[in-house]
Design a protein around this ligand. Structure first.
Ligand code: F6P
Length: 359
């Protein structure tokens, strides 16, 4: 008998179901032994409280195009892993118990950075774990790509595209807030794909003077509008120099709390222009996966299943230099993958005339 468990953890994305389909189909098709599959509900919570459902081959049909997660998800912060649940349940021992009770041969964890850290902890407890790199943010260290990212970029790009016509009609500046609290991969990619004039990301603190200059130059050259893409975590040079506590207080005090409104207000004080804000928000995580995501999710699923059937555990599936790869969990845990301000894409965007507000 080959018994495996699946859970989806952290913020959802479009390609979770497609990935689980890839894992399950490959296992059912290639296992020499009979297969038993268990799906844990709502992320690690299902593993902690033994909330699972036995799944069959047919449960994994029709999932390639289905967004969200059929298992549900939740956030179980790594820093609270050793703090008991409100009802006193100790998380890690409870998870190990459920795994052992079901006699699992492998647990597949589809999650982002925090979830991968927890997966590594479970590995240290002796469980056979394989992690798969989920997140629209693309900020997982050790892999060139995460599933969810390509779909989110497509949605964010479409949003920016659609703002062009109305911005042009009304001679407006649009400030578009794109997801990414700590890293700016989606704003960077969608900003370039959507023809943004300014892209502000957490990795490159901006100076408002430079943003205003860019808008002014466009106006002087006869442009009717400007599109300013801001990451959720866009930060000014001034804010970057603040004490962490002071900056956190400032963020907490924001209306919404949205950086886009702050930036729009700041722009409106300094330039005579009609300004509007657009926040696509969680639409960036919703709906069906893009074609690129479906392919990558499938590859991740197949590779994870292949490893499990070979009895190899303790790593995260990754893509490195265009090839599928494995990265030991202890190497990935706790590291974020940031946009390199001196990297090729940022430099090319600058040559094209996109401002990052830093110069
Ligand atoms: O982790 C992905 C992400 O979508 C971030 O880009 C975003 O800031 C955050 O999750 C929002 O998460 P939620 O509203 O689900 O807590």
């Amino acid at each position: 008998m080959f018994r495996f468990g699946l859970l989806t953890s952290g913020g959802d994305c479009q390609a979770l179901n497609a990935t689980m389909r890839g894992i399950a189909k490959t296992i059912y098709r290639n296992s020499k032994d009979k297969v038993e599959a268990y799906g844990f509900e709502d992320g690690y919570q299902g593993l902690i409280y033994g909330r699972y459902r036995k799944m069959e081959w047919g449960d994994f049909s029709g999932l390639l195009t289905l967004g969200g997660t059929i298992l549900g998800t939740s956030r179980t912060p790594f820093k609270l892993l050793d703090t008991p649940e409100a009802d006193g349940v100790e998380k890690v021992p409870a998870m190990v118990k459920t795994y052992r009770k079901l006699k699992l041969d492998c647990l597949f964890v589809l999650g982002g950075n925090g979830s991968t850290k927890t997966a590594n902890r479970l590995r240290e407890e002796g469980l056979n774990v394989i992690a798969l790199p989920k997140t629209i943010d693309n900020d997982t260290w050790g892999t060139d790509m995460t599933f969810g990212f390509a779909s989110a970029v497509d949605i964010a790009t479409r949003c920016i595209d659609e703002l062009h016509t109305t911005a042009n009609s009304h001679r407006r500046v649009f400030v578009v807030e794109i997801m990414g609290h700590k890293v700016g991969w989606i704003p960077l990619y969608a900003g370039i794909a959507g023809g943004a004039d300014v892209i502000l990301i957490p990795e490159i603190p901006y100076d408002m003077d430079n943003v205003i200059d860019t808008i002014r130059r466009r106006d002087e050259a006869g442009g009717r509008f400007s599109i300013v893409v801001v990451a959720e975590g866009a930060i000014s040079k001034e804010e970057a120099a603040m004490k962490k506590k002071e900056y956190k207080k400032k963020v907490a005090a924001r209306v919404q709390p949205s950086v886009a409104y702050d930036i729009a207000e700041e722009i409106s004080k300094r330039i005579d222009h009609e300004i509007r804000v657009a926040v696509p928000g969680h639409t960036q995580r919703g709906g069906e996966p893009s074609a690129q995501d479906r392919i990558f999710a499938t590859q991740c699923g197949v590779e994870a299943a292949r490893g499990a059937l070979a009895g190899e555990f303790g790593y995260m599936i990754a893509q490195r230099d265009g090839k599928m790869a494995r990265v030991p969990l202890e190497q990935v845990a706790g590291k974020l993958k940031y946009v390199d301000p001196n990297g090729e894409l940022v430099q090319e965007a600058k040559l094209l005339g996109i401002s990052f507000g830093d110069e």
